[in-house]
Design a binder for this molecule. Structure first.
Ligand SMILES: [Zn+2]
Ligand SMILES: [Zn+2]
Length: 542
């Protein structure tokens, strides 16, 4: 492919930098755009009631006629989770390996998109042509099978995108990473390498998944198919039955075993209903909730809210994934609850990770030998750590780009620079609502969560504006009313007086009346309690 008119390739990360999650990157050449990954991230502590966060794709929407397809590296939520939301607006084909497509199809079914979304299963080593691009899928290792790196051939040059990867010479399932292919592509001359930075601060190699063993209740990510396979392997070896709990876990295991990515020996999996028929030492329970998610099975088990599983003294609970920053508090609550019930809580070796450590990153740089380095997948410090590695390998500072989401990096055969910045952002999803919860709603939720609410109800007579009933005050999450009857009585008197004064002065405008109620009540409550509940006046007219 010769670049005849010197057009440049534009790489535009629309999410996934400065944060973990929400990976999505657009590659644009003239009238072609391909999008690599389309993930979600999970809400921060202060996003009350938000289920998930998806990227703002205004840029893609504005250039919709150019978008040729989504190319997905692997089946983790931070790479596929936003697809169903984004496909509703940008309905283009999706390309990925078999298990990844299987997991995407689960989502499409949930969102009723399965019949109008084109999708194609690609094998490692295979290439697809999309507009100005050719994209080759390269086998890698990660904590989920069927993960791919991508070689993106554009008229401006070759970009290698690693996806999430590590080098595992003895993977639990399938083959080792195709290092040879990385070397071959490196020999052709690679313009830029976009490499996973998650573990760039950790020296050495990440351990092989093979080194992990033993069991009872094991909490892990639903998407950690490799870990699930090992649990099943060792359960089978020691004659234990395996019970799976948690909706997302059941989904992933079903898809992975249907597609042949999980070997489940006959009669190893049993239904949770059957669990009571087996002695404790013949069962292993795999569950979601390793991040302390309040609705996940493990949290319900720990809080004795689970209908079918109770913790007994001596039970062993293994956390098979580290707490993601921000989840530590929730995780430690679950651990405390489990320990109080007499369970032994164990953390599995945190060094077995799905992401490459420093030596692996260096290996990949040496094989691919890129002109430019673009660290991806991580917070700033992770990207920076990889940048330092790249420098130590002889890549000059001007050739290393620490991008922010929205940066437009323009690459030519001999040039690279950030030339523009496009709109990006996060869209909050709450239940079925996408993007309808903004800052004001979040602020209200914060307010409600911190100080509760007081509702003031009163009834006025039409035309005469006589007070017929009330004011009555109802509160939730503010004080325990039965123990605060005096306070509530005084509060009622304060509002009564304020409303009476207003009506005597002939003020009948409801807006003004509501403000008077709010001001008088909040002054009084603040003086008495130093609290600031939300106050909601409701005026009725008969
Ligand atoms: Zn991943
Ligand atoms: Zn990831």
């Amino acid at each position: 492919m010769r670049n005849i008119n010197n057009s440049k390739l534009r790489i535009i990360p629309l999410g996934g930098l400065e944060q973990i999650g929400m990976n999505i990157t657009a590659f644009e050449f003239e009238d072609s755009i391909i999008v690599v990954d389309c993930g979600l991230s999970f809400p921060e502590d202060d996003m009350l009631g938000i289920d998930l966060v998806i990227p703002d794709i205004t840029y893609l929407r504005d250039n919709i006629q150019k978008v040729k397809g989504f190319v997905i590296t692997h089946g983790h939520e931070d790479h596929i989770g936003a697809l169903p939301y984004v496909l509703k607006e940008i309905n283009v084909p999706v390309y990925a390996t078999k298990l990844t497509i299987g997991l995407i199809e689960n989502k499409l079914r949930e969102h009723n998109l399965i019949n109008n979304t084109k999708r194609k299963v690609i094998q490692h080593g295979q290439s697809i042509n999309l507009g100005a691009f050719r994209i080759e899928f390269i086998k890698t290792n990660h904590s989920i099978v069927d993960a791919s790196a991508l070689a993106i051939y554009s008229p401006a040059g070759i970009i290698v995108h690693t996806g999430d990867f590590k080098v595992d010479y003895t993977p639990v399932f399938g083959d080792a990473i195709d290092l040879q292919r990385f070397g071959e592509i490196g020999k052709k001359g690679v313009l830029a390498l976009m490499c996973d930075s998650t573990n760039a601060e950790r020296p050495g190699f990440t351990n092989s998944e093979r080194t992990v063993g033993k069991t009872f209740i094991i909490a892990t990510f639903a998407s950690n198919v490799d870990r699930v396979q090992q649990i099943i392997n060792s359960a089978y070896k020691y004659g234990r039955k395996v019970v799976v709990e948690g909706r997302s876990m059941v989904n992933v295991i079903k898809t992975a075993s249907e597609l042949g990515y999980l070997n489940v020996p006959d009669k190893t999996l049993i239904d949770i209903e059957m669990m009571k028929n087996y002695p404790d030492d013949q069962v292993v329970l795999i569950t979601t909730g390793s991040q302390g998610e309040s609705m996940a099975a493990l949290s319900r088990i720990a809080a004795s809210l689970h209908k079918k599983v109770q913790i007994k003294p001596g039970d062993t609970v293994i956390f098979s994934s580290k707490a993601i920053p921000g989840n530590e508090k929730a995780v430690s609550k679950v651990i405390n609850e489990l320990s109080m019930k007499g369970a032994d809580v164990i953390f599995q070796d945190a060094h077995v990770s799905g992401h490459a450590c420093q030596e692996e990153i260096k290996l990949l740089y040496s094989l691919v030998h890129p002109k430019y380095a673009i660290p991806v997948h991580g917070e700033y410090r992770h990207l920076k750590a990889q940048a330092d590695l790249a420098r130590s390998l002889g890549i000059s500072k001007e050739n290393i780009f620490l991008l922010s989401s929205g940066d437009v990096l323009e690459l030519g055969a001999d040039s690279a620079s950030v030339v523009d910045h496009v709109h990006t952002g996060a869209i909050l999803v709450d239940g079925l609502g996408v993007g309808d919860v903004g800052n004001i709603v979040l602020r209200d939720r914060q307010h409600l969560a911190e100080d509760g609410i007081m509702i003031v109800v009163l009834t006025l007579e039409k035309y005469s504006n006589q007070l017929l009933a009330g004011p009555d005050i109802v509160s939730r999450g503010f004080v325990y009313v039965r123990e605060s009857e005096d306070l509530m009585g005084e509060a009622r008197a304060v509002v009564d007086k304020a409303v009476g004064d207003c009506l005597d002065r002939g003020v009948s405008d409801w807006g003004k009346l509501k403000n008077v109620i709010k001001d008088s009540l909040s002054d009084f409550i603040w003086k008495k309690t130093k609290r600031d509940p939300m106050i909601l006046p409701i005026i009725m007219e008969v």
